[in-house]
Design a protein around this ligand. Structure first.
Ligand code: FE2
Length: 296
């Protein structure tokens, strides 16, 4: 296995870019209130015309990170090499800082709409870690894998924590630390989110996610990215910063899109939390490349 650095850690607070926000970031003071933007490459590969030109203009102005949707790291079918090649071209063409994907499966003889959990088993650790290594070899960069929300754990042989730790160590990849997913799972599977968070391999965190979710019942939360971030999730983000330093953090919002000004208030909340932990002398730790990829 080749060793890859090949990524640049973003800085500060970011926002998931939706097409509805593009005009705001082209001519609004929004540009000064986010440090970086995140997109799913699948939503932008091969987009041309007016949207393509607007996107290009943004990637020339802003640092961007990419969060993949459909690579299906844990899926049963072969990795989609044409998709991987297209992602590599996209990352290079837009000088994307880093690439992350979900630690889940989304294919089952065709693309499913939902992200399916990977069984927490020894075999699955080896299987998904090998696929991550292949992805890293093709992309020629380390990638981050995200802890996901899930609603059933098929045939577990180990805990979710042990599974995540084993995968990232065996693949020698980075972690995308999704704080909202930890909170949602902690309600649905009745565990202590703070203890879970502190046991995560935060030293590998390339960046973090916060998002809103739906309270379906007292003991059931659904991860929707369609609401504002609730206070217990903000508290858990503060815990993450206390444990691992002010990890760069993206606000995810995919549905029920409010005016971008409302989302920028939440991005400002991320900035305040990062400033607070810096004021306490907790410098950034977490993932750092040994050789930064030259931008230009
Ligand atoms: Fe996420």
């Amino acid at each position: 296995m080749a060793f890859h650095a090949g990524y640049v850690r973003p800085q500060g607070a970011g926002l998931g870019l939706r097409r509805a926000f593009m005009a705001d970031f082209s001519c609004h003071d929004a540009a000064e209130r986010v440090d970086f933007l995140e997109v799913a490459p699948e939503n932008w590969i091969d987009v041309g015309g007016r949207y393509g030109r607007s996107f290009r203009a943004l990637t020339e102005r802003f640092p961007f990170v990419c969060h993949g949707l459909s690579l299906s790291l844990g899926g049963p079918t072969a990795l989609d090499r044409s998709l991987l090649d297209a992602i590599k071209h996209f990352l290079n063409a837009h000088d994307i800082l880093c690439y992350t994907e979900h630690l889940s499966a989304c294919t089952d003889h065709g693309h499913l709409h939902d992200l399916m959990p990977i069984p927490f088993t020894e075999d699955a650790v080896h299987y998904v870690a090998e696929r991550i290594r292949v992805v890293q070899d093709v992309l020629e960069r380390r990638i981050g894998v995200e802890n996901v929300s899930y609603y059933a754990a098929p045939g577990p042989e180990m805990s979710e924590l042990d599974f995540i730790q084993a995968v990232v160590e065996e693949a020698d990849c980075l972690l995308l630390l999704d704080v909202n997913n930890i909170y949602v799972n902690s309600i649905n599977f009745d565990y202590d989110p703070v203890a879970f968070l502190r046991a995560m391999p935060g030293e590998r965190a390339i960046y973090a996610h916060v998002a809103g979710h739906v309270r379906e019942a007292p003991d059931l939360r659904i991860d929707t990215h369609g609401a504002t971030v609730i206070d217990p999730v903000w508290d858990l983000l503060d815990e993450a910063y206390a444990a691992f330093g002010p990890i760069p953090t993206v606000l995810e919002r995919d549905f029920n899109l409010p005016p971008v000004a409302d989302l920028l208030e939440e991005v400002a909340r991320i900035h305040r939390a990062q400033s607070s932990v810096r004021a306490l002398g907790r410098g950034a730790r977490g993932a750092r490349p040994s050789h930064k990829r030259a931008r230009g």
